[in-house]
Design a protein around this ligand. Structure first.
Ligand code: KG4
Ligand code: ZN
Length: 421
């Protein structure tokens, strides 16, 4: 849907963490370009994102990345209707680079600036691709795989989900990344979306647990993709992590908030997550099974050959390590599933959207799809490129705000702890 008198073109800018990203999206459905300059190589040496280095790198990259997004979209700056930028949550200095640039560009072009919550962006990454796959998918044979082999959509009956409005009742969105593990009930009132937080991690985010365990095992950074690849070679039942180890503090789905400091508005049932327990359980396993020497050998081998891929690293892992990785992943995915499906049942949500970096995980996709199918629910994921941080999702989330003339003031500041819902 496009407003008359506009081309519906929004430039999105995302700099909340370690990716400098810019994209041009038409309305909320068609990315004309999606440019991401990753800083992974820079932060690998430190095994995590170094905020000062991230800000400096964003400064270096922002101009060429935006320029490339405009060029690749085949448009000029004067074609743009608005500029959308991530307001938070994220690293203060990193956010500031994107916000300052976006403000200046919007001012110079005399077009509106739209502030977007990064978490809302992740949710819209899924919606955008569903919009984009559009009505042409209706009536096609039910399939778990749309024409984009990386975009999995479970059909509801014979209908592939074509638009966010196609399913009645609330939508449940799981945003699971390196910085966040949140469950939201999402509903819309016309073009305006509303979110209610019904679950969050009380300690580590799921991706953070992946990254820390990968580091502990002497693997590369970020750890998620390494673990994803290596887990396929191990036995997920070899190390029986039990529920108490996985859920350190947030153990009971659907109970009152466990976090004593939870704000008063968290009154209904909540479906919180906890991942620090399993991280500690892996550490204990490593210590009690004398794995440290093998880990140091692997760490040294990877440091000496930094180009080694995760697939090649299989040869650097003994079976015990591969089994530990597979068991860790099995437990983490199981925990994400347990809380998510319990929340879907409690709130009567028939549609689940899963987004954020960890949504790229193959076992997670496979098991969520199978469980949703078993329960007769719909589950959707973004393509892998739109699972991790990108700016197309920021531009897509800005579209309803553009239609509602919900523009940012020129006093917009970075909000590192910005909440959604
Ligand atoms: O959404 P994202 O790019 O950045 C944040 O907002 O955090 O997510 C990055 C996180 C990292 O923790 C990374 O290890 C994890 O997503 N990740 C994965 C996979 N790909 C990325 N975790 C598990 N399996 C994957 N295939
Ligand atoms: Zn993210």
């Amino acid at each position: 849907m496009q407003e008359s008198g506009t081309k519906g073109l929004i430039l999105g800018i995302e700099t909340s963490c370690d990716e400098t990203a810019a994209a041009v999206v038409r309305a909320d459905e068609c990315p004309l370009s999606n440019i991401v300059a990753s800083q992974i190589a820079l932060h690998t040496n430190y095994g995590g994102v170094v905020p000062e280095l991230a800000s400096r790198e964003h400064l270096r990259n922002i101009v060429p990345v935006v320029r490339e997004a405009i060029r690749a979209a085949g448009i000029t700056y004067s074609d743009l209707d608005a500029i959308a930028v991530t307001e938070g949550p994220g690293l203060a200095g990193a956010l500031l680079v994107g916000i300052t640039f976006a403000k200046s560009l919007a001012f110079g072009l005399d077009i509106p600036l739209i502030a977007v919550n990064h978490l809302e962006g992740h949710i819209h990454a899924v919606m955008m691709e569903q919009q984009g796959s559009g009505p042409s998918d209706q009536g096609s044979a039910p399939s778990f795989v749309t024409p984009d082999p990386l975009l999995f959509v479970i059909p509801e009956g014979n209908l592939l989900l074509a638009s966010p409005q196609a399913v009645q009742g609330p939508t449940l969105a799981l945003v699971v990344s390196g910085g966040h593990t949140h469950l939201y009930l999402a509903s819309h009132d016309g073009d305006t979306w509303h979110y209610r937080n019904v679950g969050r991690t009380v300690d580590d985010a799921a991706g953070e647990a992946y990254d820390k365990v990968a580091k502990l095992l002497g693997l590369g950074y970020p750890g998620g993709p390494w673990m994803d690849t290596l887990a396929a070679h191990g036995n997920p039942k070899a190390v029986p992590f039990h529920f108490g180890q996985i859920t350190h503090r947030a153990y009971k789905p659907g109970t009152a908030p466990l976090n004593k400091k939870a704000p008063a508005e968290r009154t209904g049932p909540v479906f919180d997550f906890s991942f620090s327990g399993i991280k500690t359980a892996v550490l204990r396993y490593v210590e009690t099974h004398a794995m440290k020497a093998a880990i140091e050998t692997r760490r040294a081998a990877l440091a000496a050959a930094p180009e080694t891929t995760a697939a090649e690293a299989v040869a650097l892992c003994d079976q015990q390590t591969l089994d530990l990785i597979a068991s860790f992943q099995h437990a983490v995915v199981g925990n994400l599933m347990r809380q998510t499906f319990a929340a879907a049942e409690a709130f009567g949500a028939r549609r689940i959207l899963v987004s954020g970096g960890v949504a790229a995980n193959r076992e997670l996709r496979r098991r969520f799809i199978a469980e949703a199918d078993r329960r007769g629910l719909t589950v959707a994921f973004p393509s892998v490129a739109l699972s991790t941080d990108n700016a197309a999702m920021i531009a897509a989330a800005a579209w309803p705000k553009f239609l509602a003339s919900n523009f940012a003031a020129d006093t917009l500041v970075a909000t590192p702890q910005l909440k959604l819902g």
